[in-house]
Design a binder for this molecule. Structure first.
Ligand SMILES: Cc1cc2nc3c(=O)[nH]c(=O)nc-3n(C[C@H](O)[C@H](O)[C@H](O)COP(=O)(O)OP(=O)(O)OC[C@H]3O[C@@H](n4cnc5c(N)ncnc54)[C@H](O)[C@@H]3O)c2cc1C
Length: 411
């Protein structure tokens, strides 16, 4: 008997493509997934340091960024964190929640990847690996997709090829020109969630230091965004979750040739005058005796960083604390609360976890169908949506994949 099901080709087997393929198959489509990598879901295995932080319980603040964040959030709401947790639970992957960050209980990303692959196989989705789509043509309302070794004709097409971040996992924007030829545009894609490069001499002494602080992003001299958490000083860059979160805005500022720096506040819980008072009390307290500034403050700050900040403030770390110049002691709190590093760029797409930019949401319907070509759908990072650190990018990939899959499945 001939199979009269409508056909759908999905390009890309990331979280968006796999979720879309599964949802469309559940909705009665005959689905093929074409993936250029040898392995399906390759990036998923690398997520969350191999643990896959697939969503988050907290949605406060601007955790989703886009030219139309409202539309993106509406799509996320249609298949939200709770629905996603339940979905993976139904596939045999229960969740573990750690400080609002959601992981598979096994804390192994492969659990998520393997659950999706096994579900796709159960639904008899045709999974094609090792084939890179090189061309897309639309003929008589059907989609013709070409790879170096094959040609796939289908009623509908869903593109989930990701952004440009982390090309080692397959996402490098190689189909963007073909998508542009179909009449779509791209908001410039830039690295986001990435370390910031600096050749500031301070790093020579501080490489390897991790410290909790509030990091302020200064653009052309004004602090515009800030994030708190642990930052890491490396030889040629500065990383850690707060820096990664701020990097999206730094990327945009670099693009506009603006001056970008980071100011670190190692004592955000104190106003500057309170910190000055606290330091003076410590230094001039009779009980401090002959103790050096270093000895008095070593319980408060990482030793390498403390040593550096004392020198920067003009305080001799080896002399009794009280014997330093009063003006230098008073200056120390300013150094500790405003430790500035000039940055000179991001570490680029190679090291980025996501990119910002992509196909603007005003070129697709609320159901993620192209407004230019009926039967063409997009999902995931290829769209102009990026999330903060904490599982928001995978949630977007899964929610948009789910929406596009349902949408494509409607006959
Ligand atoms: C190291 C790392 C860790 C991360 N950790 C997290 C995390 O813990 N939590 C979180 O929320 N987000 C995380 N992210 C981000 C998240 O993985 C991405 O946002 C998400 O994978 C995007 O999903 P996608 O399906 O849109 O694209 P991708 O996952 O990039 O998948 C796109 C797929 O399309 C394929 N493809 C591309 N072009 C073609 C072509 N021409 N023909 C055939 N196939 C093609 C690619 O090979 C790829 O497999 C991390 C990213 C990285 C790099």
């Amino acid at each position: 008997m001939p199979d009269d099901k409508k056909t759908l080709t999905v390009i890309g087997s990331g979280p968006a493509g796999m979720m879309a393929a599964i949802t469309a198959a559940e909705n009665g489509m005959n689905v093929s997934v074409i993936e250029q990598n040898e392995k399906l879901c390759r990036k998923i295995y690398a997520t969350g340091n191999g643990r896959c932080n697939f969503t988050n319980m907290s949605w406060k603040g601007d955790v989703i960024r886009s030219g139309d964040a409202k539309k993106a959030l509406k799509i996320i709401k249609s298949f939200d964190n709770k629905a996603l947790i339940e979905y993976f639970d139904s596939l045999g992957v229960p969740a573990r929640i750690i400080n609002d960050y959601v992981y598979p209980a096994s804390e192994q990303a492969l659990a998520v990847a393997e659950a999706l692959i096994s579900e796709a196989k159960k639904l008899k989705i045709n999974l094609i690996c090792n084939e890179k789509v090189t061309d897309i043509k639309i003929k008589d309302g059907k989609y013709d997709v070409y790879t170096p070794v094959g040609r796939y004709l289908s009623d509908k097409l869903l593109i989930a090829t990701g952004g440009k971040a982390s090309p080692i996992h397959g996402s490098d924007g190689n189909l963007n020109l073909k998508i542009k030829a179909l009449g779509h545009h791209f908001v410039k894609q830039l690295p986001a969630l990435v370390a910031l490069k600096t050749d500031d001499k301070k790093l020579e002494k501080l490489s390897g230091v991790r410290v909790k602080c509030r990091a302020y992003l200064n653009i052309d001299g004004s602090a515009v965004f800030s994030e708190a958490g642990e930052i890491i000083f490396n030889k040629t860059n500065i990383s850690g979750i707060p820096v990664m979160i701020l990097s999206r805005y730094a990327s945009l500022a670099f693009e506009e040739k603006k001056k970008v720096s980071l100011s670190l506040d190692f004592f955000p819980e104190y106003e500057e005058h309170m910190l000055t008072e606290k330091i003076q009390n410590l230094f001039y307290n009779a009980k401090a005796g002959q103790k050096t500034a270093y000895e008095l403050l070593i319980g408060y700050l990482n030793n390498k960083l403390l040593d550096y900040c004392l020198t920067l403030a003009g305080i001799n770390p080896d002399k009794p604390a009280y014997s330093n110049k009063h003006k230098n002691i008073a200056n120390l709190s300013a150094v500790l609360k405003n430790f500035t590093l000039v940055t000179k760029g991001t570490e680029g797409f190679e090291k980025a976890q996501v990119c910002c930019g992509g196909i603007p949401l005003n070129e697709v319907s609320d159901r993620l169908e192209s407004l230019k070509h009926p039967g063409l759908f997009f999902a995931g990072e290829i769209l102009d949506v990026d999330g903060s650190c904490g599982g928001y990018n995978l949630q977007w990939a899964f929610s948009s994949g789910h929406m596009a899959g349902i949408s494509a499945g409607r006959i």
